[in-house]
Ligand binder design. Structure first.
Ligand SMILES: NC(=O)c1ccc[n+]([C@@H]2O[C@H](COP(=O)([O-])OP(=O)(O)OC[C@H]3O[C@@H](n4cnc5c(N)ncnc54)[C@H](OP(=O)(O)O)[C@@H]3O)[C@@H](O)[C@H]2O)c1
Length: 293
């Protein structure tokens, strides 16, 4: 065998193996038809848009947040868009009893659960860290512990359906960003908990997927209000973002990156050139005009 063949055959084998393992199942909206889905933080922003996409796909949606009046409008719109069914449970995720109650409502009203989309986020500040430990504690309850509590309550139903957990996180949950210290801490905690849990599911053959969503700056009202003056980048559209999250969950992907170029690509630098990445992150901030403390 010539030297060229000796190199070419293993190389072709590698290319074929790569193509085989990276071949992805295509997303089809029918995948969500009739599925029973909880969406948290669905009164506005990305959560609201996810509820509408799911409704168009014919899913049964149960939405939750604190503001009942807004949720009622979301539920009405979901019904108009063709949801299998749409209902709401209002309350605050500061309270773990409430978090558990939302899951119980899904069991009672939907008879089970196929997808748990954890998306809500408590209000924080966009400014230099102010040293307020109690704020971090409260934010951890809302942004992290309630995610854990809902997961624990929903697991029996998800195991039964071979379902999915979708966790909405952020680039600020993978890389240190200025002005979001409490928020970042809660998002990093999500990565630790859910990535470890995924490992245990794999060892124990638990057929429940966990999808962690790494988002860049998105054009929701709250994010634009907080960061648009300081962040030097255009926010991506919440409607498209919401659809990408649902696709990733339906395809049982490990992680979703949206926008890809602003999340996955910079993350490639994180472990090899962390200081360069930190520097590049800081270049997107107008630090000469930092937000008021
Ligand atoms: N927008 C971005 O630029 C961006 C970037 C990266 C990651 N993300 C992530 O994407 C997700 C959605 O963000 P978003 O911009 O769409 O947020 P948003 O528009 O501010 O919506 C937050 C949702 O959470 C609910 N919520 C707030 N406090 C709550 C509480 N104590 N208990 C229960 N629900 C509560 C809100 O409803 P009520 O006020 O009615 O309770 C609302 O429905 C979050 O996890 C966020 O971290 C967003």
């Amino acid at each position: 065998m010539g030297r060229l063949q000796k190199i070419l055959i293993p190389f072709l084998g590698l290319v074929l193996a790569f193509c085989f393992y990276s071949a992805r199942e295509n997303f089809k909206p029918e995948m969500l038809k009739g599925k029973r889905v909880i969406v948290t933080g669905a009164s506005t922003g990305i959560g609201e848009q996810m509820a509408y996409h799911l409704a168009r796909m014919g899913a049964h949606v149960l939405v939750t947040a604190r503001t009942e009046a807004k949720l009622q409008k979301v539920v009405e719109r979901c019904r108009e868009l063709g949801a299998g069914s749409a209902q709401l449970v209002s309350g605050s995720m500061e309270d773990m009893v409430f978090a558990k109650r939302v899951v119980e409502a899904a069991e009672a009203e939907l008879g089970g659960l196929d997808m748990l989309i954890l998306n809500h986020v408590g209000k924080s500040y966009f400014s230099y860290f102010d040293g307020d430990v109690r704020h971090i504690q409260k934010l951890l309850d809302i942004n992290f512990l309630s995610y854990v509590a809902m997961t624990v309550s929903a697991l029996p139903m998800l195991k039964q359906s071979g379902g999915s957990i979708v966790v909405v996180s952020s680039m600020a949950g993978k890389v240190g960003f200025p002005f979001t210290v409490p928020y970042s801490a809660t998002k990093f905690a999500l990565d630790g908990f859910f990535s470890s849990l995924r490992q245990e599911f794999s060892i124990q053959n638990v057929n429940v997927s966990i999808t962690l969503c790494i988002l860049s700056f998105i054009d929701t009202e709250s994010a634009v209000r907080a960061a648009a003056d300081v962040l030097q980048m255009s926010p991506a559209p919440k409607e498209e973002c919401a659809l990408e999250i649902i696709k990733g969950g339906a395809l049982r992907q490990r992680e979703v990156y949206y926008k890809y170029a602003l999340t996955k690509i910079p993350l490639l630098l994180r472990d090899w050139a962390a200081e360069l990445l930190d520097y590049l992150v800081r270049q997107h901030y107008r630090v000469e005009r930092p937000p008021a403390a």
